[in-house]
Design a protein around this ligand. Structure first.
Ligand SMILES: Nc1ncnc2c1ncn2[C@@H]1O[C@H](COP(=O)(O)OP(=O)(O)O)[C@@H](O)[C@H]1O
Ligand SMILES: [Mg+2]
Length: 258
């Protein structure tokens, strides 16, 4: 990966207020194609709000968001998904009664513009297509180390396993940009290492990852660039080493760590 990678996502003075709270306050930064881009900051800094703005769950009260050439900040979530943005949630959102495999298959349908699950079922080729979708979903579960859990109901999986299913589901949409909101929360160290490895693999295939993480060691280890939010504002943005040495960051965030 070189410094000349094209910009994939560009935020220009993006703001979002909730009543009197400026959750995101004039944030500008860019994510480049194929980069792993860290987004860190103390609790309440506005990280999840920013992912909600990018994925279209909420709209900014100011500023603009570009994906490639397309302005996406006024588009509904399904349109943004169809343009190649997939995400996971800080609060896991799986279908608890469906199997791990079925949850991943659901993710595939997000990328099929204009093809609903229902219409697929009525197509003569539906069965063949369904088998192919199952195979792709099984391959994704294997990629996150969960093939042996494919048929288990999501609700009985451990917290870390559920997070991995969510990542597999997001990857099923084959996104140009993957948004991960605290993917390692509740994971043991070996699971954390595996997520780091997976994120690097994803990026090596040209997909960009915007990684919201409280695990600073992971962020500093895998990210090519890191943006730091504090009270909704970008207080630092640059290569991990420079960001980690920035006094404002140390004061706002790293300094607060024991
Ligand atoms: N839907 C909402 N309504 C009101 N306030 C919100 C809402 N979502 C987030 N906030 C507030 O915005 C700020 C940023 O929250 P959040 O984006 O969740 O931070 P982070 O993910 O960095 O911990 C917090 O003060 C939070 O209470
Ligand atoms: Mg959050």
């Amino acid at each position: 990966m070189t410094a000349t990678n094209a910009i994939l996502l560009e935020l220009d003075r993006v703001s979002r207020a909730f009543g009197g709270v400026r959750a995101v306050d004039g944030a500008s930064f860019a994510v480049r194609k194929g980069d792993i881009h860290g987004l860190i900051g103390p609790n309440g800094a506005g990280k999840t709000t920013l992912l909600n703005l990018i994925s279209g769950l909420i709209r900014p009260t100011g500023g603009s968001i570009l994906l490639g050439e397309a302005r996406i900040d006024r588009l509904p979530p399904h349109r943004i998904a169809a343009l190649g943005v997939a995400r996971t949630y800080q609060n896991i959102r799986l279908f608890p009664e469906l199997s791990a495999l079925a949850n991943v298959i659901v993710g595939e349908h997000l990328r099929r513009k204009g093809t609903t699950l229902q219409s697929m079922l009525f197509m003569p080729s539906a069965r063949r297509e369904h088998e192919a979708a199952r195979e792709r979903a099984r391959a994704l579960l294997a990629r996150v180390g969960l093939l042996d859990r494919a048929e288990e109901r999501a609700s009985i999986l451990s917290y870390g396993e559920q997070r991995r299913v969510e990542i597999a589901r997001a990857l099923a949409a084959d996104p140009a940009l993957l948004l991960l909101d605290e993917p390692t929360a509740g994971m043991n160290p070996s699971e954390v290492g595996a997520v780091g490895q997976l994120v690097m693999e994803v990026a090596s295939q040209g997909q960009a990852v915007l990684l919201v993480e409280h695990n600073v060691k992971l962020v500093m280890g895998v990210c090519r660039r890191v943006t730091v939010l504090d009270f909704g504002k970008v207080i630092a943005d640059g290569p991990p080493a420079a960001v980690a040495a920035d006094p404002a960051v140390i004061a706002a965030y790293l300094g607060a760590k024991p």
